[in-house]
Design a protein around this ligand. Structure first.
Ligand code: B12
Length: 512
């Protein structure tokens, strides 16, 4: 069968659909990817004549996919299947006219079986993890156990995606994963619900590592076919298994030898890990602090880390001369302004190079949604959720405006702590929201330029054009030009925008 992935361009390649492509092609199906926006997408869609249209999505993006699927169905009449985190946790989306099927959880077996059965004109009652509507009621087929051995499913097949998006193919920095699952139960993360509510899996079954040779082989094979100078590992926690890490750090320099970055969990990060990672070529690491307050971090966010873990892990990263990025989460239900300011102070104390700060979004089926409601906080409907988590909060916090303002000033105060005494007063000024947003955008842009400089240096390109200030002027100029041209000609210059976004976002935002 001809399966078409209809996807919105994101700032990095979506490995989920690449894994699905591997499975489909192994089962003898044909796969194509169509990325939107594209002025000719409807013509291309009709020309491909798909037997099945597949879309992968996260919460916040689902209204867009509903519109897209409705149009695609109108033009082709092909059945549509939705998968990924949002439909997994909100399978009732299958009641929408334009959605025929939803896949809950891992999609490899579901999609192959569905394509095969549709092609043969057979029923879908036996297709694992599938949800569909019958006589107006939702049917949820049983969920099959998780894929046990990830090596067996092979490497993600990037070719259909690269054929559709030459920006992904030509990028010198590409993303890779070495595992699925997680041992922890952070209340804001999808893993707890995926593991316990969907699969009822034991922690150890849920966390699955690919073998080191399989990972190295994939990177080598991508490098032999496409440009590749830098490796982004987007695993939620790269240092979850000491033995695996040691072997990886020993083999990687010999087999690959490219610079890379990782996401680490604070309480697992030791001085030894950082030495190993540094000598293997790691130049940048992300640590998820979330919050300095023990109450918020452990009772509300359920992280299971101590303040000492946060400080020590940061020290280990910095001691190796590795760029330190932290992930911080403001806007927790029940947090006081003092709690949020403590998180700011912690980042200052740890001399964090790149503090990333999000406003908490209680995504479907996460524990934090229940916690927020139990604590009496109203949460916006999912259809109202922002599709970025660094602009506004969907929780009706008492100090909503102040927290949103603090979020905007957070990264700049970490770098210039002399501003700290001004912060309390500054965040009260509601009328300055737009000014703070502008400061935030400019400063985060600068941090990206610094980050790009570190990537460029690691890739052996320390030229003058990469100097952060010059790069900032280039990026700001480019953005301004794009905005003006778009305003004048009323057309989205997607390609140009995406190039900038790819420099901004490559490497995942989450972390253990
Ligand atoms: C890398 C990453 C990104 C990348 C790439 C995103 C992508 N779609 O691939 C970037 C940086 C662009 C990104 C952005 C965002 N992300 Co993100 N991201 C991740 C991360 C860390 C890894 C994704 C991945 O590659 N997983 C590995 C692959 C193999 O798994 P998968 O994609 O889930 O696919 C499998 C199944 O879901 C299923 N499946 C998926 N799609 C489909 C489609 C069909 C038809 C079928 C049948 C099956 C199916 O089958 C696949 C194979 O088994 C995940 C956390 C995680 N560990 O998964 C968060 C995660 C997906 N992101 C999340 C969020 C919130 C975001 C943002 C909203 C953040 C923001 N900027 O504000 C944006 C939204 C962007 C968007 N519109 O998708 C949440 C989503 C929660 C939710 N309820 O939707 C996650 C789960 C993180 C979390 N801890 O909760 N992200």
């Amino acid at each position: 069968m001809r399966v078409l992935f209809l996807q919105r361009y994101l700032s990095q390649e979506m490995l989920g659909i690449c894994y699905l492509s591997t499975a489909l092609r192994r089962a003898g199906h044909e796969v194509e990817v169509l990325l939107v926006p594209d002025g000719h997408w409807e013509r291309k869609l009709v020309e491909f004549d798909p037997g099945l249209i597949a879309c992968s999505m996260t919460t916040g993006d689902h209204p867009f996919y509903l519109r897209l699927a409705a149009r695609a169905k109108e033009r082709t009449g092909a059945p549509v299947i939705f998968g990924g985190p949002h439909p997994t946790f909100v399978p009732e989306i299958v009641s929408e006219d334009c959605v025929d099927f939803v896949c809950r959880g891992e999609g490899e077996r579901t999609l192959c079986e569905l394509a095969t059965r549709l092609e043969r004109g057979e029923g879908v009652d036996q297709v694992p993890n599938l949800s569909f509507s019958r006589h107006g009621l939702r049917v949820d087929n049983p969920v099959q156990p998780l894929i046990g051995n990830l090596d067996e499913i092979g490497s993600p097949d990037r070719e259909p995606l690269y054929a559709a998006g030459e920006l992904y193919r030509n990028a010198e920095r590409k993303v890779f994963t070495t595992q699925r699952g997680c041992l922890y139960s952070c209340s804001f993360c999808f893993h707890r619900a995926w593991r316990d509510k969907l699969y009822g899996a034991r922690h150890k079954q849920y966390l699955r590592k690919r073998s080191v040779p399989a990972v190295l082989e994939e990177i080598d094979s991508v490098r032999s076919r496409h440009p590749l100078c830098f490796v982004h590992f987007v695993d939620d926690i790269f240092n979850v298994d000491d033995e695996w890490l040691e072997l990886f750090c020993r083999e990687y320099p010999r087999a690959i030898g490219l610079p890379f970055d990782v996401i680490l969990r604070t309480n697992l990060t030791t001085a030894e890990h950082m030495q190993q990672l540094r000598s293997a070529g790691c130049i940048s690491a992300r640590l998820a602090f979330e919050a300095a307050s023990d109450q918020i971090r452990n009772h509300v966010y359920r992280k299971g880390t101590t303040l000492a873990d946060l400080r020590n892990s940061a020290r280990h990263v910095k001691e190796q001369g590795i760029r330190l990025t932290t992930l911080n989460l403001l806007g927790s239900p029940g947090s006081s302004l003092e709690d949020e300011l403590d998180t700011l102070q912690l980042n200052i104390d740890c001399k964090v190079d790149h503090p990333l700060c999000s406003l908490l979004q209680p995504y479907p089926e996460t524990d934090i949604t229940d916690i927020a409601r139990e604590m009496g906080f109203a949460v916006d409907a999912y259809d109202e959720f922002p599709n970025r988590f660094n602009r506004t909060t969907p929780i009706a916090l008492e100090r909503r405006d102040e927290i949103e303002n603090l979020h905007k000033l957070f990264p700049i105060v970490v770098r210039f702590p002399a501003l700290l005494p001004l912060v309390r007063g500054a965040i009260k000024a509601r009328g300055l929201k737009l000014v703070y947003l502008a400061i935030y955008l400019l400063w985060t842009e600068y941090l990206i330029c610094e980050q790009n400089r570190s990537y460029a240096k690691a890739m052996g390109d320390a030229g003058i054009t990469n100097l952060p200030l010059l790069d900032l002027l280039r990026r700001a100029g480019k953005k301004a030009r794009i905005n003006v041209r778009e305003a004048l000609f009323g057309r989205r210059l997607l390609r140009e925008r995406l190039v900038l976004e790819m420099e901004t976002d490559t490497i995942a935002h989450s972390g253990g």
